[in-house]
Design a protein around this ligand. Structure first.
Ligand SMILES: [Zn+2]
Length: 373
């Protein structure tokens, strides 16, 4: 005899209670409140149920036509039941087992989908983060250059509003002459460059998107020749041509703004980027951007037949004169030994090239800004 634990559903009282069913001699018997109930196994119908099909229902009719049911849920009791039943009925119990596994599998799938629903945004964020660089490149590449121009114009207005723009004089003439010389030999580009000098004692220079390039009087006063300024300007022009400022502005935006930037209009892009344009001179370029600007800057110097040693010489001067404070130029154009070495190696690789000196009276240029520092 096999005793199976389960739940008896009594059609007389309409109640369900825990009970033990006995299987012996081809018969199923269970003690109901109203007395013992019996059925031949051949008259017992086996079905499965429960939300994971984990329940096996044994059903039979009594002499009065009422349907009794005994439900087995416990896996061990189900196994004992299957072992006690003739093969044809045992197969139905086993089938319920398979159904359970299938349902459990689909349950797990449902759980996984539910999990995915909640984790998908996180996964997307992680992906966006991982692919931020190509995403930024893509966003910047699809912005029309009218965006660069407008941002440059806004920056020019801001700089002008400080009242510190040097309008005329030898320093302005010198910076324009150097810039024009470099641009005359630069590859074709859609930008309209303007060169300006600003009264500011810090050793700095910066370029807004679109080609508004500003050199501080402090940098001009510290440079011991136009070649150093040419080196700096070549580097700044390279940043503009490669749209590095625009990219850094986009880089500092949140994801939402970046998406807006990607799908919006040129005017919308200007509006979004204007906020970050406030700290344009404080934007810090990436190491890759610096290396790229160094190389392209050298290209520009070489094409313009200007010496290439100006920029490394200027860096050496910054290192010497900067003291403990990091010069402004280095905080926005991060310097590193690696970059310094790459620049030196690049210069060595190209060898000396023929140069046409800039016809500038440098001492007069320096004197003209000395009073302003
Ligand atoms: Zn730079």
């Amino acid at each position: 005899m096999t005793i199976i634990a389960g739940v008896l559903h009594d059609p007389e009282s309409g109640k369900s209670r825990r009970a033990e069913a006995r299987i012996a001699d081809g018969r199923l018997s269970v003690d109901a409140e109203s007395g013992p109930q019996q059925a031949t196994l051949g008259a017992v119908e086996i079905t499965t149920g429960g939300w994971q099909a984990q329940a096996v229902h044994l059903g039979w009719r009594d002499g009065a036509g009422r349907t009794w049911a005994f439900t087995v849920e416990d896996p061990a009791a189900r196994a004992a039941l299957a072992a006690a039943l003739p093969p044809a009925l045992a197969a139905k119990v086993a089938a319920s087992h398979g159904a359970e596994r299938r349902v459990q599998r689909s349950g797990r799938l449902a759980l996984a989908l539910l999990g995915a629903f909640f984790t998908l945004p996180l996964v997307l964020l992680a992906l966006l983060f991982a692919f931020r660089e190509p995403l930024l490149d893509w966003v910047v590449a699809r912005l029309p250059t009218s965006v660069d121009a407008r941002l440059g114009q806004l920056t020019a207005e801001q700089v002008k509003a400080t009242g510190k723009l040097v309008e005329t004089g030898p320093a302005v003439d010198a910076v324009k002459a150097i810039g024009d010389r470099l641009l005359a030999h630069a590859p074709a580009h859609p930008h309209e460059f303007r060169f300006a000098v600003m009264e500011d004692p810090s050793l700095n220079a910066f370029a807004a998107p679109g080609g508004f390039v500003v050199v501080h009087t402090g940098l001009i006063a510290a440079a011991d020749g136009p070649e150093e300024v040419a080196g700096v300007l070549g580097h700044e022009i390279a940043h503009v041509l490669r749209r590095h400022s625009l990219r850094q502005m986009a880089f500092e935006l949140g994801l939402t703004a970046l998406v807006q930037l990607a799908v919006g209009s040129a005017d919308g892009a200007v509006a979004i980027l204007t906020g970050t344009a406030q700290q344009l001179s404080g934007l810090s370029f990436s190491r890759d951007q610096e290396s790229e600007a160094d190389r392209l800057g050298l290209d520009l110097l070489q094409a313009a037949r200007l010496p290439g040693e100006g920029l490394p010489r200027f860096f050496d001067r910054l290192a010497k004169e900067g003291g403990n404070a990091v010069p402004a130029f280095l905080s926005s154009h991060p310097q590193s030994d690696e970059r310094r070495e790459a620049l030196a190696a690049e210069l060595a690789r190209r060898g000396e090239w023929a140069t046409d000196p800039l016809a500038l009276e440098w001492s007069a240029v320096r004197d003209s800004v000395a009073a302003k520092n």
